[in-house]
Write a protein that binds this ligand. Sequence first.
Ligand SMILES: Cc1cc2nc3c(=O)[nH]c(=O)nc-3n(C[C@H](O)[C@H](O)[C@H](O)COP(=O)(O)OP(=O)(O)OC[C@H]3O[C@@H](n4cnc5c(N)ncnc54)[C@H](O)[C@@H]3O)c2cc1C
Length: 337
Amino acid sequence: MVFQENKSLREYNTFAVPAVAHRFIEINRKEDLPALFSAKDLLKLPLLVLGGGSNLLFTGDYQGTVLKMNIQGVSAEQKQELVFVEAGAGVPWNSLVIYCVDRGYAGIENLSLIPGSAGAAPIQNIGAYGVELKDVFDSLEAFDTQTGEFRRFNREECEFAYRESVFKTKYRGRFIVTSIRLKLSTVFHPNISYGAIETELQKRDIREPSLKDISQVVADIRVAKLPDPQTIGNAGSFFKNPIINSDEFERLRKKFPDVVNFSMSEGRVKVAAGWLIEQCGWKGKKVGHTGTWKNQALVLVNHGSASGKEIYDFSEQIIGSVYDKFCVILEREVNII
Ligand SMILES: Cc1cc2nc3c(=O)[nH]c(=O)nc-3n(C[C@H](O)[C@H](O)[C@H](O)COP(=O)(O)OP(=O)(O)OC[C@H]3O[C@@H](n4cnc5c(N)ncnc54)[C@H](O)[C@@H]3O)c2cc1C
């Protein structure tokens, strides 16, 4: 356990905005947690669990304790064609994907190159290219900051939904994920129905893609489409795609026949937030030190010296103009701190 005070968080958030943590503690072993929480003064200040900082925006200094999760370790247990892979919360998500792809464990190849840590993946049920974490999730272990005990959650108990889980709703801020367990398979069925995967495979003349081919194609598409946080600060999609009911959707489609959408269960429709933002003229716009990405209006960027507050205020402007034009409320995917 490493303990520091007044620690700069700039290199701990992919937006690269300036912020200082009053206290900063690195957690390298799950056993550190019960000891830490038995010192009751820790709970007097607000607490932020930090992974890779790729899904949050600091709008100012953090006047509490930041717990940086560094717990490492990956192991696999095979039962016939099923493989259960367990990873420590601090394992970088993409290292876990590479570990699995290299060994022929199928299920998370479509989630290649998503930044962040394994421990944060269940928090918003990460998803990309037609796959969500919930599709391959077995269970997780978490430390309960209220009882001081560890608890295992199975898939149902996590109450996964689109960019949601129980850890963002009724248990918000209560549990610290220490490890996750995935249920993968040695039998590979490529999932190429979503986005540009199929077109890209055709371009490369790959007819029977391997696990590695899918992972590589997804990674290449993402590199072409999204800004690299190493060179331009961002946190991926800033907003969720709004989900509306069929009546609301018909009203929208009547006025805007080209509206980009995806049908969901129970007559609900997911509307592409990037399209809504683009139609309001925001794509590639630079406002002060912030703006939207030139290839994807859903991604807000830091052009170098933006503060978190500046990016937040810009996101308010976008929400306002999308509402004025479409009467649709955009919800932020990024956690505002
Ligand atoms: C370029 C780019 C592309 C992205 N693409 C995608 C994408 O395709 N799909 C997608 O779903 N997301 C995407 N994201 C968002 C982000 O990568 C994911 O949400 C990721 O899971 C966040 O992980 P993290 O470790 O960085 O979490 P952080 O940003 O550190 O934390 C996010 C939230 O989870 C909480 N948290 C973190 N670790 C723990 C833990 N161990 N226990 C309890 N709570 C915890 C934090 O308190 C915070 O509320 C993208 C981000 C970027 C920068």
